[in-house]
Design a protein around this ligand. Structure first.
Ligand code: FPP
Ligand code: MG
Length: 347
C-alpha cells in the first residue's frame, strides 16, 4: 500500500470513528442474559454432534469461534421483556443462530469470500460441494427441531424468513454490477437478506412471551429497523474498516459487484465526471489498490460516507424509539443499547 492510500484509508476510518459516541462492548450489553447465552452455545454444539466425521468436524469449527450472537440475544431479550420464564427461548435461540450460520456459509460461496471472522471460510477449507451440503444440513436440522415446539406460529416464522432471505440474496445477485440500483431497491434487498432474520428473532421472542398483537407489531418493527441499520454499517465497514479487526478483506462488496449505499448515493448525487469514472472502474473485474483509493476519495469527498452513516443512524433511532414504549427493565436497556452498538461497532 502506498503512503498516500494509507493516509486515505486512515482519513476514512477517522471520519467514521469521529462519529462514534461510545465504545459499547457486547459482553456488557448482554450482562442480563450471559448465562442463557452460554446455554445457547451448548445447544448449538449439540446440533452438530454426529457420528458423521464431516458434520462433527465442520460443526465444531463453525461453533468454536463464537460470532456476535445478536439474533439469539434479541430472541432472549424480547421474550424476557415480556416476562417469559420458560426454557424454550434457549432452544429457539440456537435454532435462529443455526439458520444464520447456514445462510452465511452459503453466502460465502456466492460471494467468493475466502475469509470469515478472521479464519478461512468453510468453502475455502472444505470446498463448495461439502459446504452446500453442510449448509443444507444445518438449515433442515433447525427447521426439523422447530417442530418440537407447541407454537405452530414459530414454524411459520422460520420458514417465511428463510424464503425471504433467499429472495434477498437472489435480488442482490440480479442487481450485481448494475449502477442503476436505486436506494429503495437496495433497502428492499437488505431488509430481506438481513433485517428479516433480526425481525424473526424478535417475533419468536414475542410468541414465547405471549405478546399481544400490538407488541408483536412493535417487535417486527424494532427488529427490522435494527437489522437495516446493522447491514448499512456492514456495507460502510466494507469501505472503511481495518481488515485485521474486521476479519475479512475490505472492498469485497465492490470486488464482487455488490452495489451498496455509498455508491448508490454517489451515482445519484455526484457530478458526471465521478459517475463516469466509477462506471469505468467497475467495468474492470479486478479492483486495483489504486482503484480502491480513488473510490474512497470520491465517496469521502462527496459526502456519501456521511450520508450512509446518517441513514444507519435513522434506522437505529427508530428502533430505539419503538422499544422505549415498553416498560423499563434491564432487558429493555439492552434492547435500547443494541441499536447504539450497531453504529459504534468496528467489525
Ligand atoms: C450476508 O450478507 C448474507 C446474509 C445476511 C443472508 C444470506 C442468505 C442466503 C445465502 C440465503 C440462504 C438462506 C438460508 C436460510 C439457508 P453480506 O454478504 O452483505 O455480508 P458478509 O460481508 O458478512 O458476507
Ligand atoms: Mg457475503
Amino acid at each position: 500500500m502506498t503512503a498516500n492510500s494509507q493516509t486515505m484509508k486512515e482519513t476514512a476510518k477517522q471520519s467514521l470513528k469521529s462519529r462514534v459516541k461510545s465504545n459499547l462492548s457486547l459482553n456488557n450489553l448482554y450482562h442480563s442474559i450471559l448465562k442463557d447465552l452460554e446455554k445457547v452455545e451448548k445447544e448449538l454444539r449439540l446440533f452438530t454432534e454426529s457420528p458423521n466425521r464431516l458434520i462433527s468436524e465442520i460443526g465444531s469449527y463453525l461453533f468454536q469461534n463464537s460470532g456476535k450472537r445478536i439474533r439469539p440475544a434479541l430472541l432472549l431479550l424480547c421474550s424476557k421483556l415480556l416476562g417469559y420464564q420458560g426454557k424454550e427461548n434457549i432452544f429457539m435461540s440456537a435454532l435462529i443462530e443455526t439458520i444464520h450460520v447456514a445462510s452465511l456459509i452459503h453466502d460465502d460461496i456466492i460471494d467468493n469470500s475466502e475469509m470469515r471472522r478472521g479464519r478461512e471460510s468453510i468453502h475455502s477449507r472444505w470446498g463448495p460441494n461439502i459446504t452446500v451440503l453442510l449448509g443444507d444440513y444445518l438449515y433442515i436440522k433447525a427447521l426439523g427441531h422447530s417442530l418440537r415446539s407447541k407454537h405452530r406460529e414459530i414454524i411459520g416464522i422460520l420458514t417465511g424468513v428463510s424464503a425471504r432471505m433467499i429472495e434477498g440474496e437472489l435480488k442482490e445477485y440480479c442487481w450485481s454490477r448494475n449502477l442503476d440500483l436505486a436506494e429503495e431497491e437496495y433497502l428492499d434487498i437488505i431488509e430481506k437478506k438481513t433485517a428479516s432474520l433480526f425481525s424473526a428473532a424478535c417475533q419468536i421472542g414475542g410468541v414465547l412471551g405471549n405478546a399481544s398483537e400490538g407488541e408483536k407489531h412493535s417487535f417486527v418493527e424494532y427488529g427490522t429497523n435494527l437489522g437495516l441499520s446493522f447491514q448499512i454499517i456492514d456495507d460502510l465497514l466494507d469501505f472503511t474498516a481495518d481488515e485485521e479487526v474486521l476479519g475479512k478483506p475490505i472492498f469485497s462488496d465492490l470486488s464482487e459487484g455488490r452495489i451498496t449505499l455509498p455508491l448508490i448515493y454517489t451515482m445519484n448525487n455526484d457530478g458526471g465526471a465521478n459517475r463516469k469514472r466509477i462506471t469505468n472502474i467497475l467495468k474492470e473485474r479486478n479492483l486495483t489498490k489504486d482503484n480502491q483509493k480513488e473510490i474512497i476519495e470520491i465517496i469521502q469527498s462527496n459526502g456519501a460516507l456521511d450520508y450512509t452513516y446518517k441513514k444507519a443512524e435513522e434506522f437505529s433511532s427508530k428502533s430505539r424509539e419503538i422499544i422505549s414504549q415498553f416498560p423499563e427493565s434491564v432487558h429493555r436497556e439492552a434492547l435500547t443499547l443494541l441499536p447504539e452498538y450497531t453504529l459504534t461497532r468496528n467489525k
